[in-house]
Design a protein around this ligand. Structure first.
Ligand code: GAR
Length: 220
């Protein structure tokens, strides 16, 4: 089985990168990471790539255009067929986004289109929403926009702070991203009129209430 070659762009910790590395460690997983690029040489994710024996490189970011040109050249050279942003925290050059259209994906820790940009978990807490979560989507030029591939819902708890909510969402990100990459690698995603159709997809039948209905029946 030829595995889909993916390039991963990071800026920091790289825990989502690690989730992809772990998934790809299974020879039955339909994708493999061929290159990890970072705009920051000190990104801990580069060490994760090194430990896994994956080619990795820090690319200077004197300007958006210069970074994009160098990243694009390295990705083409590596044979990458899909580029996954995994905590890449800068805005990408629009020509790069266009060149990789529908082969460039991102994970974001909110239920987009709610709370794009920085500190989405803090934004969710400030808005008082009862559910947040994470989204994997194809990338378009506007920050955190593009056709949605998959989402996961995480309840917001009364005692959550930014750190606790972020940690619970992150755990689910680590399940969602490898799943979304698998769907891409299996050729099951089709972008139609800027929405993604997933071949053979089923949605969960159950609804979830927060606070739970049990609260109301307890009486006051
Ligand atoms: C993750 O929560 C990811 O969803 C988020 O940054 C974190 C990176 O963590 N990305 C964005 O907010 C992109 N807009 P990681 O480096 O441990 O994967």
């Amino acid at each position: 089985m030829a595995r889909l070659k993916i390039g991963v762009l990071i800026s920091g910790r790289g825990s989502n990168l690690q989730a992809l590395i772990d998934a790809a460690a299974d020879p039955g997983y339909p994708a493999e990471i061929v290159l990890v690029l970072s705009d920051r040489p000190e990104a801990a994710g580069l060490e994760r790539a090194a430990r896994a024996g994956i080619a990795h490189q820090a690319i200077p970011h004197p300007s958006r255009e210069a970074f994009a040109a160098a990243a694009n050249a390295a990705l083409r050279q590596s044979g990458a067929e899909l580029v996954a942003l995994a905590g890449y925290m800068r805005i990408l050059d629009s020509d790069f986004v266009a060149a990789w259209r529908d082969r460039l994906i991102n994970i974001h820790p909110s239920l987009l289109p709610a709370f794009p940009g920085l500190h989405p978990q803090r934004q969710a807490l400030a808005a008082g929403v009862r559910f947040s979560g994470c989204t994997v989507h194809f990338v378009r030029a506007e920050v955190d926009t593009g056709p949605i591939i998959a989402q996961a819902v995480v309840p917001v708890r009364a005692d959550d702070d930014e750190e606790r909510l972020s940690a619970r969402i992150l755990t689910v990100e680590h399940r969602l991203y490898p799943m979304a990459v698998r769907l891409f690698a299996e050729g099951r995603l089709e972008v139609r009129e800027d929405r993604v159709v997933v071949a053979g997809a089923t949605a969960p039948g159950a609804s979830l209430l927060n606070p739970s209905e049990a609260l109301a029946s307890r009486g006051g």
